[in-house]
Write a protein that binds this ligand. Structure first.
Ligand SMILES: *[C@@H]1O[C@H](CO)[C@@H](O)[C@H](O)[C@H]1NC(C)=O
Ligand SMILES: *[C@@H]1O[C@H](CO)[C@@H](O)[C@H](O)[C@H]1NC(C)=O
Length: 166
């Protein structure tokens, strides 16, 4: 059976689109997680946190490629983050963020915690962000490491809205 001209054109257009997507991924060498995102359970969306207050921090990692340790970074941003805000090293440019808590390493499968970077603490302190009271965004970026070598490094981005009080 011969494909009609229309079907053939559709197939070549799809091939072009696929090729373009492949090219974009291989140039960028990083991509959004295909394994879902982690869960920032606490502080819950909408939690009110005052400057200087200590709050509970609980993040459930994705660990999509079952690595021994999951690196995460924790950020406070002035606007709701999107994946495209991450720079080539999977971080927010300093101009885009109000505060960075830095990097933590979550041990998986009962492995011992590392000291540098340490595991995420169960509480964090809200710094003085230097902005008026209002919504800020607490974001966690997880690196999905140890995926097969042909897969670019994947990042999972998740965030909750926090009502910041000066
Ligand atoms: C981050 O900053 C670098 C250098 O200024 C810039 O080239 C890049 O586009 C920025 N990335 C994002 C995602 O804003
Ligand atoms: C990505 O962001 C981090 C943290 O803000 C910064 O140290 C690094 O220089 C940035 N990378 C680029 C390529 O702009």
């Amino acid at each position: 059976m011969r494909f009609s001209a229309v079907v053939q054109i559709a197939i070549s257009l799809a091939a072009v689109a696929f090729g373009a997507a492949q090219g974009a991924v291989s140039v960028k060498r990083q991509m959004e997680s295909n394994h879902g995102t982690g869960d920032l359970a606490t502080p819950a969306d909408g939690t009110v946190i005052s400057s200087g207050a200590t709050y509970n921090f609980g993040y459930e990692n994705v660990n999509g490629c079952e690595s021994g340790y999951s690196p995460i970074t924790v950020w406070i941003l002035a606007s709701p983050p999107v994946f495209a805000d991450l720079n080539t090293t999977g971080e927010f440019n300093s101009s885009d963020c109000l505060f960075s808590y830095g990097e933590y390493l979550i041990p998986n499968f009962g492995l011992p915690a590392m000291s540098s970077p340490p595991p995420p603490p169960s509480t964090l302190e809200m710094p003085d962000l230097g902005v008026p009271s209002g919504d800020v965004y607490l974001a966690v970026v997880e690196s999905l490491i140890d995926c097969p070598p042909d897969i670019p490094l994947e990042y999972s981005l998740t965030f909750n809205t926090i009502s910041y009080e000066v």
